[in-house]
Write a protein that binds this ligand. Structure first.
Ligand code: ZN
Length: 402
């Protein structure tokens, strides 16, 4: 992988802060033409920023829509590598480098009350704090999607990023997990990436879940074991590759939903048609995964009419369960969500509204599957459905004894 200085104006080849040279791939044509940045995650890791920030920055600067689903980072329209590299330089200048000492080892810290936030760059090298341009369009996105806080240990809560959080974090585990998914090959392990910190993503990042939210990940051995399992999942789960591909209309729909969680039912249906996915059962995976937030047990009530319009067969029901499984298992707050019995609450609502057949949901509840998330996660999600499944059984017994 070609490496360049994070400050490309510095020609010193011994400059210690390197990042991979931004690569692009233009895909599609006509109105659907788009520019994929396949190594955005690696770049973002070197910059100690979420890959969503730089992608969104491109979108703001180019007036283009972005899509950041399934760990693929895409800007609509055809753009040259040179143009995006220039924009990346600007992003680094405005949101990464310390203006005082020009060192990239900074963190973004959000302070202030909701509606009156302030963001500054907290410099590890010189200790100064410098603001950012609060009028930039990216600001709203950063405030809505703050960098992950890491000082609380196992739970990756959203919030401001703190300075001390950076040291000795779960990086080792995350590296292992990434090796398992084959994403991290050729990564500059010798390069002192600023802070050497993992990069929070939009919540679909399995590494984030493994690294931050899983209290069972006490030591690297366990992480390695899980990474092996993940590798296996990759091999065996090949038949699902088509809907993970950023090219696929499913991924685009997922990205759109992620950014438009408040969209009306009518708009969602319109969008599904636009992507040529009307009637497709896999649409429900995207809906389950991307239209809801951690508040899914409250939000789902409002979406019952939409779900009733979309769920037309058992396949659709299973896909919806799969999407919700991803939502719950891959949330940065998965442990607290599952501990709160969110799965049971959601299933109960779906069942009461005739969106799930009893036999189907029982089958789902008793069969761990690695189709949508890894086995460990799958097991945990089902465990969080215990109360509902038990209720189903008891309701059965009662009707039998009548
Ligand atoms: Zn500084």
């Amino acid at each position: 992988m070609a490496m360049v200085n994070i400050r490309r104006d510095v020609e010193d080849k011994f400059y210690r802060y390197k990042m991979p040279l931004l690569q692009i791939k233009v895909e599609g044509r006509g109105n659907g033409i788009k520019t994929v940045v396949p190594n955005m995650e690696d770049i973002a890791r070197a910059l100690n920023r979420p890959p969503t920030y730089s992608t969104k920055y491109f979108g703001c600067e180019l007036g283009a829509q972005t899509s950041m689903a399934s760990e693929r980072y895409i800007v609509n329209g055809a753009h040259t590598a040179d143009r995006l590299r220039e924009l990346l330089d600007n992003f680094i200048e405005q949101f990464v480098l310390c203006p005082s000492c020009k060192n990239p080892e900074t963190e973004l810290v959000i302070t202030g009350k909701s509606g009156h936030e302030d963001i500054h760059r907290d410099c590890k090298a010189c200790g100064r704090q410098n603001g950012v341009n609060m009028r930039h369009k990216l600001i709203a996105y950063i405030i809505k999607n703050p960098p992950l806080k890491k000082d609380k240990g196992k739970k990756g809560k959203k919030g401001g990023m703190t300075a001390e959080a950076n040291v000795g974090g779960p990086m080792v585990f995350e590296k292992n997990a990434e090796d398992g998914s084959g994403e991290d090959e050729g990564s500059p392990s010798g390069t002192p990436a600023p802070g050497d910190q993992s990069v929070p993503t939009t919540g679909t990042d399995i590494d984030a879940v493994l690294g931050r939210s899983d209290p069972t990940l006490g030591n690297p051995d366990e992480a390695e074991e899980i990474s092996k399992k993940l590798a296996k999942v990759d091999v065996n789960g090949g038949d699902d590759d088509d809907d993970e591909d950023a090219d696929s209309p499913y991924a685009l729909l997922g990205g759109w939903l992620e950014e438009n969680k408040e969209a009306s039912d009518a708009d969602v249906i319109e969008k599904i048609k636009e992507y040529g996915l009307a009637g497709k059962y896999k649409v429900l995976v995207e809906i389950g995964h991307h239209i809801f937030s951690d508040e899914v047990s409250k939000e789902i009530t409002k979406r019952i009419p939409l779900l009733q319009a979309l769920v037309t067969s058992e396949k659709h029901q299973k896909a919806l369960l799969g999407g919700l499984e991803r939502l719950l298992a891959l949330s940065p707050n998965t442990d607290s969500l599952l501990a709160a019995g969110t799965t049971s609450k959601v299933l109960m609502i779906l069942y009461q509204d005739d969106l799930l057949d009893e036999e189907l949901v029982k089958q789902w509840g008793t069969h761990v599957s690695k189709k949508y998330v890894d086995k460990e996660k799958s097991k945990k999600v089902r465990k969080s459905a215990d109360a509902f499944l038990k209720w189903l059984d008891e309701a059965d017994d009662e009707s039998e004894s009548e």
